[in-house]
Design a protein. Structure first.
Lengths: 344, 76
């Protein structure tokens, strides 16, 4: 790597930013205690504990998110959708599904370009089942969901979400692949399958300042969009924390309620939100005795199965394939919910 | 005159890209022919995997995310 003076300046700026970030992050609790005292509310009251939760949680989560999203923006400059497509082209079911689910975490993806990506993958000879593993994993197991779970519920829950999310993506993709449903693609899509060799566009190499700028741009785009959801979510969570009685939540979403998992998945399909809006609520529900499996199933369903995405995919898939896709993913998520509730 | 096409099915970034290109062209005083391509089959035909895509005189120069102002300036 050849280093220029401007590169060094950029790196120094990033290093300085990292130090400031670390100092802020590690001293948030003190800041929040001081803030609550300044407002003059007693910590022991409902309002005080709700306020303390709000003042501590929201900056903590936002800081964490800003850090991770920045790093992810830099990683994205190395893993373009084109590169992922070339890596997956011609892979067999099995190993291909595992790779696709894993690459789904790090490849930049927006559900608004799900269709061109889907077709581009099939065109370059990525098998249908492998393509689905990618399409399931990319929105569900993303850095925003994982960061928020880590920040609010700890690394164990984040790790479980990562593992089980990948498992659902891999198994659902393999199932769709085994069923051999290529006949349920729309005709114009089928005609394009395997029509083009991979590795067409060479990418221009990026410099480090460009990569850092890409990280900052990713921060502006993601954090700029989700900060409001996070504040709303945390405020809602704070309200539940302080006011909603525990018996109510346990009765509706506790571990003993057998129908809670399928109900959570069904409820999640028409809801369309990003991970940010939903996780703070999830945390507060858990604190009041909702079962983890039920809550995670709800969350996965909201993120992975959404009505708008179905409508977009209808342009390339026949209804039967969409039904199988929804059925297989929903079954996988329910299984995750029940397993969680049984084990923990 | 350069023919610039923005490929995208109406996502927020696609509209922003179109606007940004128009702005930069105006600021530089460059005459361009700007088009929006929303037809899915046409978008796929250019081989882009992520929208918005930008095509200049038939050649794909960008795909995925909002292009930076500098990048657009270098195209014009």
């Amino acid at each position: 790597m050849n280093f220029k003076k401007s590169d060094a300046r950029w790196l120094a700026a990033v290093a300085l930013g990292a130090v400031v970030w670390w100092v802020l992050y590690t001293h948030l609790l003190e800041f929040s205690l001081v803030a609550v005292r300044l407002i003059g509310v007693d910590q022991a009251t409902h309002l005080g504990s709700a306020l303390g939760f709000f003042i501590y949680e929201s900056p903590k989560v936002l800081l964490l998110l800003a850090g991770i999203v920045f790093l992810m923006g830099i990683i994205h400059t190395f893993v373009s959708p084109e590169r992922t497509r070339d890596l997956l082209s011609g892979r067999r079911l099995g190993i291909g599904n595992v790779m696709a689910a894993g690459l789904g975490i790090v490849t930049p993806f927006c559900s608004c370009s799900a269709v061109p990506l889907f077709i581009g993958f099939l065109q370059a000879g990525v098998p249908l089942g492998v393509t689905f593993s990618f399409l399931i994993s990319a929105p569900m197991v993303n850095e925003v969901a994982l960061t928020l779970l880590f920040g609010m519920l700890g690394w164990k829950v984040a790790g479980l979400y990562l593992t089980l999310g990948l498992a659902v993506a891999i198994v659902a993709g393999m199932t769709i692949g085994r069923l051999g449903m290529e006949g349920d693609l729309e005709d114009w899509v089928r005609a394009l399958q395997n029509s083009q060799s991979a590795g067409r566009n060479a990418e221009d190499p990026m410099t480090w300042p460009e990569r850092i700028r890409a990280g900052l741009a990713h921060d502006r785009e993601i954090v700029g969009k989700v900060w409001l959801y996070i504040l709303l979510g945390v405020a809602l969570g704070a309200g539940i924390h302080g006011y909603v009685p525990q018996d109510l939540i346990v009765g509706l979403m506790g571990r003993k309620v057998w129908w809670a998992v399928p109900a959570a998945v069904l409820l999640g399909v028409p809801m369309y939100s990003n991970a940010a809006g939903i996780i703070p609520v999830v945390q507060a529900l858990l604190a009041k005795g909702a079962a983890l499996g039920t809550v995670l199933a709800f969350m996965m369903s909201v993120i992975a199965l959404s009505a708008p995405e179905m409508i977009i995919l209808r342009k390339v898939l026949r209804p039967r394939l969409i039904a199988v896709f929804v059925g297989v993913v929903a079954a996988g998520i329910m299984l995750v919910g029940y397993v969680f509730n049984a084990v923990l | 005159m350069k023919n610039i096409k923005v490929l995208g099915t109406g996502c927020a970034n696609c509209k922003a890209t179109l606007q940004l290109i128009a702005d930069v062209a105006k600021a530089k005083g460059v005459d361009i022919q700007l088009e929006k391509v929303e037809d899915m089959a046409a978008i796929v035909g250019y081989g882009v995997l992520a929208t918005p895509g930008v095509v200049i005189d038939g050649k794909v120069v960008h795909s995925g995310g909002l292009p930076s102002r500098d990048k657009i300036q270098s195209w014009l």
